[in-house]
Unconditional design. Structure first.
Length: 300
């Protein structure tokens, strides 16, 4: 369980989740802020040992996916005075297991591209007990953790409506979690295995361009190595290029068959954009987002 100082006051807590690298972040000045809580078992196995008795003052949840908020109840039990922060647009999913299982993870099923039963059960269990969000953010809030450590909240929608990140200007570090996902998520050997789920392609593009305008020296994500210098530029370019490729795949499929089903569209897109071996159905979120841009609903 490596714990690595990335920049002054910024520590990366590293582990693995299934086939993929997995990281949370601790920012520490006079006050401390934990970025993301992993799945339900991550705090006991990874985060709390890394904190070594420290009780974070703030817990920032970057977005509503189980591997980013599932450990919140365990963290709050260990740090009962911590305040939980998230973007207002993702709060409903974070606070309600029933809602997120139906709206974020369950929508695939009617189109015959749902998760298998084992994976869906894992998603349910991984989110842990429901935990309320204390502070609802909208973006651009500034959090002062100490005289030498101040961060600004970035609203980075696309992967989820309320995805947020942090900008630390002193070291020019952007903590972005899953806001940009390159050509797809990697396994521990560096192979692309998991598709980028992008519910709002245009929002995702705006987020990537915002990050490009900030010109960070380093980009800190949840599932990739630390990116620095030109690697940041390439990763953001890859993220934007993936959206364009997805649009091309959808346009080509519709030109051949305007009534193409989501299942057939997913199979075609997986072949042209992947193949993906980890939760390949999540590419359907990107395809649905592209169809929405065209004013179309997915077909079952």
């Amino acid at each position: 369980m490596p714990v690595v100082e990335i920049a002054p006051g910024i520590t990366r807590i590293e582990s693995v989740l299934g086939p993929r690298p997995f990281s949370q972040y601790l920012l520490r000045g006079e006050r401390s802020l934990l970025v993301d809580t992993g799945v339900a078992e991550t705090p006991a196995a990874v985060i709390l040992p890394a904190l070594d008795g420290l009780e974070p003052d703030l817990v920032l949840l970057t977005h509503a996916d189980v591997d980013h908020f599932g450990g919140t109840a365990a963290i709050c039990q260990a740090a009962p005075h911590a305040l939980v922060l998230a973007h207002v647009a993702d709060v409903a999913w974070i606070e309600s297991s029933e809602l997120i299982l139906r709206e974020r993870y369950g929508w695939y099923e009617p189109y015959r591209i749902g998760y298998d039963a084992e994976t869906f059960a894992w998603l349910r269990d991984a989110m842990g007990p429901e935990t309320p969000v204390d502070l609802r953010l909208t973006g651009n809030e500034v959090v002062r953790l100490g005289p030498q450590l101040e961060v600004r909240v970035l609203h980075l929608p696309g992967h989820s409506p309320g995805h947020i990140g942090l900008w630390e200007p002193a070291s020019r570090t952007a903590i972005v979690s899953d806001a940009v996902l390159g050509r797809g998520l990697l396994d521990t050997e560096g192979n692309v295995v998991h598709p980028p789920p992008i519910g709002d392609p245009a929002g995702y593009e705006r987020s990537a361009r915002l990050l490009r305008e900030l010109a960070p020296e380093r980009l800190l994500t949840a599932h990739y190595d630390v990116l620095e210098g030109e690697d940041v530029v390439r990763f953001l370019d890859d993220s934007l290029a993936f959206v364009e490729r997805a649009r091309e795949v959808v346009a080509s499929a519709l030109a051949k068959d305007p009534d193409v089903t989501m299942k057939d569209l997913l199979a075609r897109a997986d072949h042209e954009l992947g193949p993906f071996t980890s939760m390949p159905n999540e590419l359907g979120a990107t395809l649905r987002g592209v169809l929405s841009e065209l004013g179309r609903e997915p077909r079952a």
